[in-house]
Design a protein around this ligand. Structure first.
Ligand code: BG6
Length: 501
């Protein structure tokens, strides 16, 4: 975020699911970081809402303890500032009179006490099954309508639906209650600095865009690899799987930012229109296409960082014979002038050998081999690697002459590392997204049509995988780069994954 920033509008933030992990680990620390950098308005208050009955004092005490645990170098002055403006109300989410009546009264008291105009945003850090219900009750209690120049916004955490039909239904129910411009569907990948930098890298420089197309690029690889297993989320994950959990949201966002045309402006809808066009241009799979272009895997027991770990089926809350995939790889074709015949290979998996997310742009080979003696097969192609995490940065790989009396070529790297250049930036990834919601900038949030287009892309894969349960699970060892079929997906095209560690 820039130094010359605009402070967010005075407002009240209401968090549903305020006693959960997301609030404690991400939302409060992100608000703290925003306050520290002076991005929050003086007229600001937070109301936590949860099922648990608890007083505002009790909620504040736990919020302070969490801030002390999760922010770096906690500052008493900022913590006191939050203490003065944090409230809580608890009860049954189904009870619109009691809980939502109490919430309405509390919002009234808080806005008067802190002299805040009637700008509110509701953060639904709840299970998705409650999104429509909670929104309906907020609206029914007169808290959702924008009037007299004041705004009301709703942030929804992922997952947004579990397939195309449920996402369409959810969008339809929400759009009956509030307007699209009031809805902020969050994808925390868009809060990551390097992800936002893709647009700056591509459209803020003049040297990359002329070669960013099928004439120069051979293919693109996107990997989101995690070392962790499913930890304590087996219950959710076993009914979701790697594909639903990561691809229609995080990874397709990375695809759209990498592939989109330059927008006419950085207005939310100009950027999102271009992203949506990419989602529409991704060719839908036929059932045969799914068999050729989609790979699934599930980890068995193995070793990660030299430590023995259990297989997926041995994790808590996972069915003993679960057929849920913990790895998914797809080959996508984007049917437009820029990308025709340039495959995008994407993959994600749990229990991989490294935590690493990157976008690798592989350029075509030099057209003519001048340095024959060096052995053509030893010459690598040029690559630009956008490292999303953990070490954020960009690397350009190219060939250089190895010093000596004969011409011999070696592969070298030119590296830009965020940390070396800009120093450590303390961030949870939620700062920018919360701030953007408070200033009404929806550029980094998904629109209804984008969510639906993303589900439309993966739907045929979900259908085929459901109809033909995997027979070979577990098919990769924890600590490996996924099943052999994932390597074969690229080998068939004469290519191979770049496994970065
Ligand atoms: C979440 C998924 O959306 O993203 C998790 O539900 C996954 O399964 C997480 O672990 C990855 O996020 P990050 O920021 O750690 O790459």
């Amino acid at each position: 975020m820039s130094e010359n920033h605009k402070t967010a509008d005075p407002c009240v933030m209401v968090i549903f699911g305020a006693t959960g992990d997301l609030t404690k680990r991400k939302l409060f620390p992100a608000l703290y970081n925003l306050a520290k950098q002076d991005f929050l308005p003086h007229g600001f208050a937070i109301i936590g809402v949860g099922r648990q009955e608890m007083t505002s004092e009790e909620f504040r005490a736990s919020m302070i303890a969490n801030l002390r645990e999760f922010v770096s170098k906690p500052n008493d002055k900022i913590i006191n500032w939050f203490e003065e403006r944090t409230y809580y109300t608890g009860g049954d989410f189904d009870d619109d009179k009691k809980l939502f009546g109490d919430l309405r009264a509390l919002i009234g008291d808080v806005t008067t006490a802190h002299q805040i105009p009637d700008n509110y945003f509701f953060y639904l850090a709840t299970p998705p099954s409650l999104f429509a219900n909670v929104t309906q009750k907020v609206v029914k209690n007169g808290l959702g309508k924008e009037e007299n120049g004041n705004w009301r916004r709703f942030i929804y955490e992922k997952p947004f639906g579990h397939d195309l039909e449920s996402a369409e239904k959810l969008n339809a129910s929400l759009l009956k209650l509030v307007k699209e411009k009031q809805i902020y569907r969050i994808d925390h990948y868009l809060g990551k600095e390097t992800v936002q930098n893709i647009l700056v890298f591509r459209f803020g420089n003049s040297i990359f865009e002329p070669i960013w197309n099928r004439n120069f690029i051979d293919h693109v690889q996107i990997t989101v690899a995690e070392k962790l297993g499913v930890e304590l989320r087996g219950g959710y994950y076993d009914s979701a799987g790697a594909l639903r959990d990561m691809i229609p949201n995080h990874i397709l966002q990375l695809v759209t930012l990498t592939a989109m045309e330059p927008p006419v402006s950085f207005e939310a809808d100009s950027v999102r229109d271009e992203q949506a066009k990419i989602l529409q241009a991704i060719q839908p799979y036929s059932p045969e296409g799914v068999l050729q272009c989609a790979v699934r895997g599930q980890y068995g027991a193995g070793k990660v960082d030299d430590k023995k770990v259990d297989g997926y089926r041995g994790e808590p809350n996972v069915a003993a014979f679960s057929n849920t995939e913990t790895f998914a790889a797809l080959k996508l074709a984007i049917d437009n002038w820029r990308w025709a015949d340039v495959p995008f290979y994407i993959r994600t998996g749990k229990r991989m050998p490294a935590r690493h997310s990157s976008i690798v742009i592989h350029f075509k080979k030099a057209p003519f081999m001048l340095f024959r003696e060096t052995g053509v097969e030893r010459l690598r192609t040029n690559r630009i690697v956008i490292h999303i995490q953990p070490d954020e940065g960009i690397t350009l790989h190219f060939g250089a002459k190895i010093p000596g009396p004969i011409v011999n070529m070696g592969a070298v790297d030119m590296d830009f590392n965020y940390l070396d250049h800009f120093g450590e930036q303390v961030s949870t990834g939620y700062e920018r997204l919360l701030y953007d919601c408070m200033i009404g900038d929806a550029t980094l949030f998904q629109r209804a049509d984008m969510v639906e287009a993303s589900w439309r892309i993966v739907e045929p894969v979900l259908d085929v995988w459901k109809a033909l349960p995997a027979r070979d699970f577990p098919n990769y060892a924890a600590g490996s780069w996924g099943p052999n079929e994932s390597d074969q997906l690229l080998e068939r095209d004469g290519r191979s994954w770049k496994n970065l560690t």
